[in-house]
Design a protein around this ligand. Structure first.
Ligand SMILES: Cc1ncc(COP(=O)(O)O)c(C=O)c1O
Length: 484
């Protein structure tokens, strides 16, 4: 099974325990000790055999299921999948020879047009169904906040965020092992404002910013809009960017000075990978040595499938070279647009930037979220959301396996709700997108995720939608357009 190879490559000494347990089972399947159709040890037996907690054993089984090694049979347990995957794991990408001015906004414009079209099955934006979020709890919290404190509606509120929310966020990071003082947090309008401000604080037009290849197109759009240049660095689909690859890129004569690295170390977009802690520490040491700021996007971190999420890279940042940017847009309340940032060498510039671009962020909305952090409504909701995302990605993976052509390469996300596919043959996904629109389906074409037009045969699918018959049909249509 090809996916066995990818599962074993993501485990190293710093991966979460459940991945190591899952890896051992994947190896037994590959080596034939567990044959197709065999029953896999139950959660209880696995927990006793490997001397791990029940939740770790369960996370390992779910991880194997999400990666297509095993399948659940109702009332009966998990079994080794009988159908060998025709899908391949992704391969590593390459470093671009030079930094480039970016031009993704043209392509993005076309996508935006299709995003507003309700007649399409939208698999393009990374936005989950509204029903996955606790609208009622948010509504209760917001009503109670404005009833108690109507002045929140008629005053500007603190420029850099309300204390209760900053305390709540700091407490939540402390639970993940990352120390931050509430006073250092600046609340923003979504993660996207934080990313803009963090980048503007350390770089100017013409400067070079290193990114993973592929990378979140929002990074590229910001780099483009600020007249900066992007340097695409080789990325491996399981471990993300490595210090070795970054060092090699920095040492290229054609590259010049690199001001910042923009990364999503915990659950990247589009590949859903997490950079192992040892790699994160090496990247940090290298950037520190070369005077490069890291802008960490942690927006999917809380959607890691593990029983607990890996700490953000900022946790290991003893010399404060990392600005962490994040939001509740993917995890709790996409509609409230509440994000934040902290850390890095230019705290004062971050504050001034926030004041100059939007003065403050709606205080009532911040208070509503703060309440859900304090009463742990957020944490309870998150447990269900993580499971939901993992199941969705597993179901969409199954559908891709069924409907897409032999030789399609597919990501094995460790969190979040998107899949990255690389199609076989000579396919251009920008053209494929045009054809797909005619069949009423939309996805995000690969070149959006590149500064140099790479990934023409790749695409990203949003799995944050219930797999209704209409969505299944859309996937089937896409697969047949792709040559299945
Ligand atoms: C990696 C990443 N960062 C940031 C954002 C934007 O976050 P927000 O909606 O909070 O501005 C997205 C949204 O798709 C994203 O995928």
């Amino acid at each position: 099974v090809n996916s066995s190879a990818s599962a074993s490559s993501i485990s190293d000494s710093t991966s979460p325990l459940f991945i190591a347990v899952a890896d051992e089972i994947a190896r037994s399947i590959r080596d034939g000790q567990l044959a197709q159709g065999d029953r896999v040890p139950s959660v209880r037996i696995l927990s006793a055999q490997r001397n791990v907690s029940l939740s770790t054993a369960l996370a390992a089984l779910r991880h194997l299921e999400a990666h297509g090694h095993i399948e659940a049979r109702p009332q009966s347990g998990y079994y080794v999948r009988s159908q060998l995957s025709k899908l391949q794991p992704l391969t590593s990408t390459k470093t671009a020879r030079r930094p480039r001015y970016v031009n993704v906004n043209g392509l993005f414009g076309k996508l935006v047009e299709s995003m507003g079209d309700d007649s399409l099955v939208q698999l393009s934006s990374a936005i989950p169904e509204g029903s996955w979020f606790p609208a009622q709890a948010l509504q209760r919290s917001l009503s109670s906040v404005v009833r108690r404190r109507p002045n929140l509606l008629v005053e500007y509120g603190p420029f850099f965020g309300v204390p209760s929310l900053k305390q709540g966020i700091a407490r939540w990071y402390a639970e993940q092992g990352c120390a931050v003082s509430p006073d250092d947090i600046v609340i923003t309008n979504g993660c996207i404002e934080a990313l803009n401000l963090a980048l503007r604080a350390v770089a100017k037009a013409g400067d070079v910013i290193a990114v993973e290849a592929p990378t979140y197109f929002g990074f590229l759009q910001i780099i483009e809009s600020l007249g900066m240049r992007a340097l695409e660095v080789a990325t491996d689909p399981a471990g993300g960017m490595s210090a070795k690859a970054l060092r090699a890129a920095l040492d290229l004569k054609s590259v010049g000075v690199v001001k910042a690295v923009m990364l999503s170390p915990t659950v990247g977009n589009p590949m859903g990978n997490t950079i192992p802690e040892s790699r994160q520490r090496e990247l940090l040491a290298l950037c520190e040595q070369r005077g490069i700021t890291i802008i960490e996007d942690d927006v999917y971190g809380d959607l890691h499938y593990g029983a607990t999420r890996p700490p953000p890279l900022k946790t290991w940042d003893a010399n404060n070279i990392v600005t962490l940017c994040s939001s509740f847009s993917k995890s709790l309340a996409p509609g409230l647009r509440i994000g934040w940032m902290f850390g890095g060498i230019s705290a004062e510039r971050l504050r001034m930037g926030k004041y100059m671009t939007s003065i403050s962020t709606a205080a009532a909305l911040q208070e509503a979220i703060a309440e859900l952090l304090t009463n742990r409504g957020y944490q309870r909701h998150l447990r269900g959301l993580r499971r939901k995302c993992e199941q969705q990605v597993a179901q969409f993976s199954r559908a891709v396996e069924r409907y897409f052509p032999q030789g399609t390469r597919m990501s094995r996300p460790e969190g979040g709700f998107v899949l990255w596919l690389d199609l076989p043959g000579d396919i251009d996904t920008v053209e494929l997108h045009e054809q797909a629109l005619a069949r009423k389906v939309s996805f995000a074409p690969g070149p959006l995720f590149s500064a140099s037009g790479q990934f023409r045969s790749a695409l990203r699918l949003n799995c944050g939608r219930e797999l209704t018959p209409a969505v299944l049909k859309a996937l089937k249509d896409l697969g047949s357009l792709a040559g299945a």
